[in-house]
Ligand binder design. Sequence first.
Ligand SMILES: Cc1cc2nc3c(=O)[nH]c(=O)nc-3n(C[C@H](O)[C@H](O)[C@H](O)COP(=O)(O)O)c2cc1C
Ligand code: SF4
Ligand code: SF4
Length: 595
Amino acid sequence: MAYKQYILTCGGTGCESSGGGELYTELVKEVNAAGLSNDVQVVKTGCFGFCEMGPIVKVLPEETFYVKVKASDAKEIVQENIVKGRPVKRLLYDVNQGDDEAKMEEIGFYQKQVRVVLRNCGIINPESLEEYVAREGYAALEKVLFEMTPEDVLEELKESGLRGRGGAGFPTWRKWLFTRGVESDQKYIICNADEGDPGAYMDRSVLEGDPHSIIEAMMIAGHTVGASQGIVYIRAEYPLAIERLEKAICDAKDAGLLGDNILGSEFSFNIELRLGAGAFVCGEETALIASVEGKRGMPTPRPPFPAVKGLWGKPTVINNVETNANIPVIILRGGKWFSKIGTETSKGTKVFALTGKIKNSGLVEVPMGTTLREIVYDIGGGIPNGKAFKGVQTGGPSGGVIPAAYLDTPIDYEGLQKLGSIMGSGGMIVMDEDDCIVDVVKFYLEFTVDESCGKCSPCRIGGRSLFNILDRITKGQASLDDIPKIKAICTAMSKASLCGLGQTAPNPVWSIMRHFEDELMAHIVDKTCPAGKCKSLIQYRIDAEKCIGCGACARKCPVNCISGEKRKPHIIDQDKCIKCGMCMETCKFDAVLHS
Ligand SMILES: Cc1cc2nc3c(=O)[nH]c(=O)nc-3n(C[C@H](O)[C@H](O)[C@H](O)COP(=O)(O)O)c2cc1C
Ligand code: SF4
Ligand code: SF4
């Protein structure tokens, strides 16, 4: 049935956790109460990307775009917008800009985005096979089954220039070609939905918002390389993605789109889910395979590569979720169309999870070659509270921090590598002047040390030693003699570790030595932390000139180490101070300083 109007609400994890589920229920209730259930349909979609402003509601066909909507706003939206035909101004995005009817595409956050991977997220109900089909869903599979040979598919992928989005950027067509070329009674297609990078949630959002696109892509891969079994390896912490994927698999099976003799063809394909326990190393392909086989998730040496000898010793294609999401579009629109988006060496778009010190955090999909400045300022809206930009961490624990001097660098695989970072899976964490770069890198090292499987000594021992040195640096206990030690450990780890985890763990450390040497030296030589983050290196004190003696800081101090008479300058007892920073936060007269 066609409805006159649609109310779309975000059903992604972010919006669901901030009241999106209740909002959906209320909207349905209000539409029913207004007697409009035959004319207006409320649809729970995938993520709109603009997570900072969620929960989001969009009304079609007018495209009215509401932000930060609460369940209690449902009645007003239905009564005002739907019944009376006038938007609820207070819920529109930034009414102060004078454009109180801002459509999605008029909002700065969306203007430079190109949604290929996220094409259906925020548009269709991810739990509806019909809605996916209405957006050309499974048309690529049909084309592959009845109009194309596997060689045609490989040719199209080659022309597209698609490279894996799981981190390494390996050409997808070549991986498929290797597997196709091996004779075997059984082959496997694995979708890597482990997504272990801190701050990254692109893959989860695609699975939550458009699960059928992944199923369709895996089937296309299966048909191309000659595999009949697919496995999605997904972390158990993604319950909503798992639920939607399971429903999509069931619905596709019931419709004859998955299972035996798909769409009446000779091709049969099944998909199963395997839940991972959330260990970062299990995202590494050989560890992932071990985990699927029921063994402890530990990497093994390559070659042999999984494309030739993978799951249960059989040829296996492993692709990332985002890589998969591109496949149906490439088949339908053609490799040539896809290759026009992006740069010379990196084609298509990339989805980034933009977080940290940024006004508009959320999921951002941009053509490869977009500059960091465009992402941080035009899309992300810049740094909050008037603070200065310090850097962007890309590539998670395997990447590095890119400083302000390179804001105009176009982002692609090679560009980021030249700057000592990597594309990684797409986590992008923005830092401001208050972030200490040494502390941030220490955080990443702590992560890799915790997540190392311990199988090889360069990673197990090198990671721990490197972390200990960085810890000493943040405590003012390091000396210049530690620099050559850092370099030696980093080199040994990159060269001798068995898998990518240990090989890339030194990357964040190299990046501070290269781009933030002054800040590193301030910690080692001057024993100071310019950002005021490293507790052992800072001291809070009260400026007697500015202090009016109101006593607010003394009342807030959790260890009662601030004293002074009323209306007289106060002082901090340095021996007792635990450096919590509460006094600085409390003082309205900027009288508390740190050094
Ligand atoms: C420590 C480590 C963790 C990884 N985690 C993931 C992950 O969570 N998701 C992913 O797709 N690839 C991850 N990778 C990369 C995979 O090993 C593999 O290259 C990728 O899944 C291949 O798919 P693609 O060609 O589509 O990128 C990881 C690699 C390493 C070394
Ligand atoms: S590099 Fe680290 S995570 Fe990889 S196999 Fe060696 S110990 Fe395990
Ligand atoms: S809050 Fe500020 S002004 Fe008041 S006593 Fe403390 S330092 Fe002085």
